[in-house]
Design a protein around this ligand. Structure first.
Ligand SMILES: *Cc1c(COP(=O)(O)O)cnc(C)c1O
Length: 387
């Protein structure tokens, strides 16, 4: 546990207790404060008024403390979705005329925001490969303010040279932002490495039960406050009931992520040896190009993997042959999910663009759940053997 500098407690403990020191009316579980507004007290600014849209009910305060603690950061802010967290962050930092660098395969919603919304507002971006620092210097302009990467990218599970990203950002005075959704703070705490801001779709691992949509922004008090004030105006607040469910989900994050990582490693190893599988993308495998970085920086490799079949005609039969994983988008829940990225998350891209990015029709993505691994292995073996 040497990878938790400056902390006396472990993440398993903080996930349950951090921020919940006040037991209201003796309740073991922090109750839901279903009140839109609160009595006036000594507020000296608009952002101090107590109101759900300003993300400052007791349910929000608890989550902010807990999320900051588990990411080993000063401050955190919850949002109504991962996209609310991401768009509020980018709009808080960038203005018309500014430029940013971003990894070439981002979460689809983020990429669409950059193309369809940020560009018309005058905010430009240049795609870089987060695994290859040799191309970054040439992409920087005097207007560049920010560098944006993902801890593990979708759907090819790429891992970047994240230490180089932090050094590069410092050298060029850029704000470094990382989407840490796929890893969760159990596997990686980017602020410890020197990232300025971490964003999450809390819909995924942080909540872990596929029953709400939420987001989070985590980092220094100064930067998180900048995002908070912007989000107060944009309106991306999280409802107290969703706060309550997210807090409940967080308590089991360490258990879930540990099991998902174990299951994913076993499944990836099995798939790599199967004759109908051409290539497996999982950072825990030695064959993965980012394996050495993942091993150095992460405490676990996560529960997401993808693989290609030899023949695109086999994909539908394979998906239909599976009994346990559900055929659905999204990820990070306790149930295993399978999806064909070219027909779901990356359906919006042109075929040649998908080819260029390596997102082939034969690619299948798996969000590995916490089911019994022998049952999962038997199910995948059965579906593959029948092809
Ligand atoms: C799902 C996801 C998002 C968007 O989050 P929402 O909660 O759906 O708004 C952003 N980044 C990554 C990596 C995701 O998987």
């Amino acid at each position: 546990m040497s990878k938790h500098p400056g902390k006396s407690r472990h993440i398993e403990t903080d996930l349950i207790h951090a921020g919940a020191e006040n037991h209201i009316a003796g309740a073991v579980v922090h109750p839901i404060f279903q009140s839109a507004n609160y009595l006036m007290s000594e507020e000296s600014s608009y952002d101090e008024l107590r109101y759900i849209r300003l993300n400052n009910s007791p349910n929000h305060h608890l989550l902010h403390k807990r999320l900051a603690t588990i990411e080993n950061a000063e401050a955190a802010l919850v949002a109504s979705s991962g996209m609310a967290a991401i768009t509020s962050t980018l709009l808080a930092i960038l203005k018309s005329g500014d430029h940013m660098l971003s990894h070439k395969t981002l979460y689809g919603g983020t990429q669409m925001f950059l193309e369809e919304d940020a560009l018309p507002l005058g905010i430009q971006h240049t795609s870089i490969d987060m695994a290859d620092p040799s191309g970054w210097e040439a992409a920087v302009t005097p207007q560049t303010q920010l560098i944006y990467v993902e801890g593990i990218s979708n759907p090819l599970m790429e891992v970047g040279d994240l230490r180089a990203v932090v050094d590069f950002a410092r050298k060029h005075d850029l704000i470094s932002v990382i989407d840490n959704t796929f890893l969760s703070p159990v596997n990686f705490r980017p602020v410890e490495l020197g990232f300025d801001l971490v964003v999450h779709s809390a819909t995924k691992y942080l909540n872990g039960h596929s029953d709400l949509v939420a987001g989070a922004v985590i980092g220094s008090t100064k930067l998180v406050d900048r995002v908070r004030v912007k989000m107060n105006r944009l309106g991306g607040s999280l409802d107290p009931h969703a706060c309550f469910l997210l807090e409940r989900g967080l308590k089991t994050l360490a258990l879930r992520v540990a099991r998902q990582g174990d299951n994913a490693m076993r499944l990836a190893t099995f798939l790599e040896s199967h004759k109908h599988v051409r290539q497996v993308h999982y950072p825990g495998l030695e064959s993965h190009p980012g394996h050495a970085w993942a091993q150095e920086l992460f405490d676990g490799f996560g529960g997401m993997l993808s693989f290609t079949l030899h023949d695109v005609a086999q994909v539908q039969a394979f998906l239909q042959g599976l009994q346990i994983p559900l055929h659905a988008a999204s990820l990070g829940g306790i149930e295993s999910l399978v999806v064909q990225p070219a027909r779901s998350s990356h359906l919006g891209l042109k075929e040649e663009e998908r080819q260029r990015l390596g997102i082939l029709q034969e690619l299948v993505r798996v969000s590995v759940g916490i089911e019994n691994i022998d049952d999962l292995l038997a199910d995948f073996a059965h579906a593959l053997d029948n092809l």
